[in-house]
Design a binder for this molecule. Structure first.
Ligand code: IMP
Ligand code: MG
Length: 163
């Protein structure tokens, strides 16, 4: 770790929390038809660790979306890569790295909800609640984080520092 970065969440705390989330999800989705949907790219490290803590059968799929248009409130979202799997009648859990304004997730939930999943919920590693602009229900939250820009464990600054 370069010494001009401050550790906000220690590695063992992170590992421990991911383990707990995996156990909770395994308990809650036992006997269901679980599909994890992840939005590229920020959640890829969290997802990779989380799936290995999930003990029930689970399918995975990815979406890529871009937000465009000016302003934090304005702008639209475009799907760059859609799901490969059909999710109608299945239990969908969206895996996110961080929920900030909630705008991206809000759009995604509307889009996925329109495909008639049996259930639709969100698991986010980080929740920066102070900046929320739109209400999005979060079933699983790893950590609440302060209003500071974070990097590492998948989160980038201009595509770098995800490692
Ligand atoms: P929202 O639509 O404002 O909730 O945007 C959430 C997305 O912005 C996340 O999935 C991240 O890709 C990105 N993001 C938000 N905060 C940070 C941060 O502190 N570091 C890196 N990426 C972030
Ligand atoms: Mg992201």
């Amino acid at each position: 770790m370069e010494n001009n970065f401050e550790v906000v969440i220690a590695a063992d705390a992170l590992r421990q929390r991911v383990r707990e989330l995996g156990a909770e999800i395994s308990r809650d989705y036992a006997g269901r038809d679980l599909v994890l949907v992840s939005v590229l790219k920020g959640a890829f490290v969290f997802l990779a660790d989380l799936v290995r803590e999930i003990t029930v059968p689970v399918a995975l799929d990815f979406m890529a979306i871009t937000r465009y248009g000016a302003g934090r409130r304005g702008g639209a979202v475009r799907i760059e890569k859609d799901l490969d799997l059909a999710i109608a009648g299945r239990d969908v859990l969206v895996i996110e790295d961080i929920v900030d304004t909630g705008l991206t997730l809000g759009y995604l939930m509307k889009n996925l909800g329109a495909r008639d999943p049996a259930s639709l919920a969100v698991c986010t590693l980080l929740d920066r609640r102070a900046r929320r602009l739109t209400k999005v229900p979060l079933r699983y939250v790893g950590f609440e984080v302060p209003d500071r820009f974070l990097v590492g464990y998948g989160l980038d600054h201009r595509e770098l520092l995800r490692n």
